[in-house]
Design a protein around this ligand. Structure first.
Ligand code: HEC
Ligand code: HEC
Length: 155
């Protein structure tokens, strides 16, 4: 079955059992990152869906948390401790880029980490926060594992 090609981590079983978990369909994060994840979702999903940390390098997240100038919009500055808790969460679930070798991407479209998570997908349209939903029907619930049948049924 095509479904089996989607890697499952050992945690996903527990996740299903934990009905109290707010984001039941996504791997549960270790307890010490739960608050950071929750604050991330509260602060970063008001205007667009919250992007999952692995799609961008750690340094990109760091900059985004420090900057109130945000893609042409003005953000409320994040204050500590929430900011540091969000950073600990984002940093733990993303990877740094070697900036001596590569430029820091500020768009998922330009991020090779995003591309690496999509081995089967040949993107034909520009990628933005708005079109994740085309293939990830539960993206607004922060679930990027669920795919449209077009993708679950194809090899
Ligand atoms: C006040 C509204 C607002 C809030 C709150 C907000 N953003 Fe954004 N964000 C935007 C807008 C507008 C864009 C640009 C959308 C576009 O051009 O497609 C954007 C784009 C982005 C992008 C680039 C996506 C891409 O690849 O095109 C990232 C990453 C991002 N935001 C992260 C965050 C993070 C992290 C937070 C929380 C600290 C946050 N956003 C909070 C409005 C917001
Ligand atoms: C054209 C369809 C399509 C679009 C648009 C798309 N994805 Fe995906 N995504 C997939 C498919 C299919 C997979 C499974 C990996 C594969 O088969 O390439 C996937 C996998 C992922 C994964 C890994 C999930 C896991 O199993 O851990 C993440 C994270 C992800 N996508 C995030 C995003 C985000 C964020 C956006 C929007 C900026 C997006 N995707 C847009 C089709 C898409």
């Amino acid at each position: 079955m095509a479904q089996s090609s989607i890697p499952r981590s050992p945690q996903s079983q527990d996740t299903l059992a934990l009905s109290s978990n707010q984001i039941a369909s996504v791997d549960r994060v270790p307890r010490r990152f739960e608050l950071g994840q929750q604050l991330y979702l509260e602060n970063c999903s008001a205007c667009h869906i919250a992007l999952p940390p692995p799609v961008l390098p750690s340094q990109t997240w760091r900059q985004l948390l420090q900057d109130t100038q945000h893609y042409g919009r003005q953000l409320q500055p994040l204050v500590d401790p929430p900011r540091i808790l969000i950073w600990n969460y984002l940093q733990t679930f993303s990877r740094p880029l070697d900036l001596k070798e590569e430029q820091l991407p500020f768009r998922v479209e330009r991020s090779r980490f995003f591309k690496a998570l999509h081995p089967r997908v040949e993107f034909s349209q520009p990628i933005s926060v708005k079109n994740c939903l085309n293939c990830h029907p539960s993206a607004s619930e922060y679930n990027f594992r669920k795919l449209t049948s077009e993708w679950t049924d194809s090899p």
